[in-house]
Every structure is written in C-alpha cells, then in structure tokens.
Design a protein around this ligand. Structure first.
Ligand code: GLN
Length: 229
C-alpha cells in the first residue's frame, strides 16, 4: 500500500471539539513509521471517497450531527469501505452516528449501524476528564468528554475501554465500542494526541504492519495523562 488515505469527514460540522486533530496525529505518527499519508477533507456537500484507508468522525452539537448523518445516508460509501476492511475512528457525536440509533434535538433517528449500540438522552450532561483502560491495548487512556447522550452496547459490539474516572458511555463503567476495525469513543482530546499508541494501532490496522516503539519524547511524556485545569 503506497499512501494511506486519511478521510476527515465533515470537519465543518464535526470539528467543534477539536477532533480534527486526530488526522494530523495519524499523519505525524505515520511519518515516524516511514508511512506516506494524505489527509482528505470531505465536506457535507462532497461525495465520500470509497478508497479511504482510515475514516474519521468527530464530535458536534445536535444540529450539526443530524446534518452529517443526512449526508452520510445519501450514499452507502462508508458502510462499503468498512465492509472492505477500512478503519473508522468515531468520536462522541460520530460514535452516536455510527450506532443503530440516537437522539438529537429531541428526535430519535436511525444511525449507520456500523456499531451495534444505541444512544439515548441521559439525565445530565457528562463533562470532564475521563481515564479509562483500553480493552485492546495494554494502555491507560485519557480524554475529555462533553455529551448528554448515553450509549448502551448490544451483543455485536465490545466496549472500547473500562472507565476508571469519568462517565464514558454514561454509566461510569465503560467507554465506547469496537467491532473489527470500527472504533467508537466519547473521548475528545483529541484522543490520538493524548494517546499516540492508539494512532499507531489504527495505522497498523490500515497497513497490516506492526511498528516498533518510536522516539517521540513529548508524546511519550504526556501520553495518557489527564489534564488539570
Ligand atoms: N450532541 C451529542 C450529545 O450531546 C454529542 C456531543 C459531542 O459530540 N460532544 O450527546
């Protein structure tokens, strides 16, 4: 595979919480690993490219989240790319969009069903630092959450991480969900900036290559450390 195509979906709608930085982290870590990458920004009006290797969805407020869903439902491109083995990282509103259903602006809508999860309105807004143990990598993750939806997992999805502080999916026990190469989480940060080994995992999934430890001292120093405000 020559160049890894990182598709940043609807940044103008799903960029509220800084999750667009996940694309830059993938490109940066890719460079360390000798992988050529390109970031492709796709707006609400553009058709989604079918040949992406890693697709990214970020967090958003309800109205923007509904618009993004509408655009993704115009075609089955994302579903097709995932079926062919592409990697998807979806954060917060993005995580809800790729589930079976969620609530936004007081209405329940059907999602893309790429993860077997359902989201519903919670009793409170969950805002603050999250610490969670990855259930894929032997790693303590950190992120920042800001959501009112809560998410329950059905049998087709496994949790992404076990929460040690914060709310995660809403119950304070688990965060996110995973199925194959599809990853959903409530953790902003951006999550890949705070947890660069996760970026390496996504690059491994996209390339089929394992990477040795790299010397990225700042990333290593701050990896997994929750911020204090
Ligand atoms: N609108 C969704 C919620 O509040 C997602 C918010 C977000 O992406 N941070 O649950």
């Amino acid at each position: 595979m020559s160049t890894i195509r990182i598709v940043r979906i609807h940044n103008e709608l799903l960029g509220t919480y800084g999750d667009q930085g996940n694309a830059e982290v993938l490109a940066f870590r890719g460079k360390f690993h000798g992988i050529s990458t390109t970031i492709i920004d796709v707006t609400y009006e553009d058709p989604l490219p079918r040949n992406g290797n890693i697709y990214l969805l970020g967090g958003a407020e309800d109205a923007a989240q509904l618009l993004s869903l509408e655009a993704l439902k115009r075609e089955k491109t994302l579903e097709g790319a995932i079926a062919d083995g592409a990697v998807l990282l979806a954060v917060c509103a993005g995580f809800q969009i790729i589930g079976n259903s969620f609530w936004a602006d007081g209405q329940q809508v059907g999602g893309l069903s790429l993860l077997d999860v359902e989201s519903s309105p919670g009793k409170k807004r969950c805002v603050g630092e999250v610490k969670a143990k990855s259930l894929i990598l032997n790693l303590e993750l950190s992120g920042f959450e800001n959501h009112s939806g809560i998410t329950t997992l059905n049998s087709g999805a496994k949790a992404f991480a076990r929460v040690s502080s914060g709310n995660g999916n809403g119950d304070g026990h688990f965060d996110g969900a995973v199925a194959g190469n599809v990853f959903g989480t409530y953790m902003h940060g951006p999550i890949l900036a705070r947890n660069p080994q996760l970026a390496d995992l996504l690059l491994t999934r996209a390339t089929g290559r394992a990477f040795s430890q790299i010397n990225d001292p700042l990333a290593t120093k701050y990896a997994g450390i929750a911020r204090k405000y």
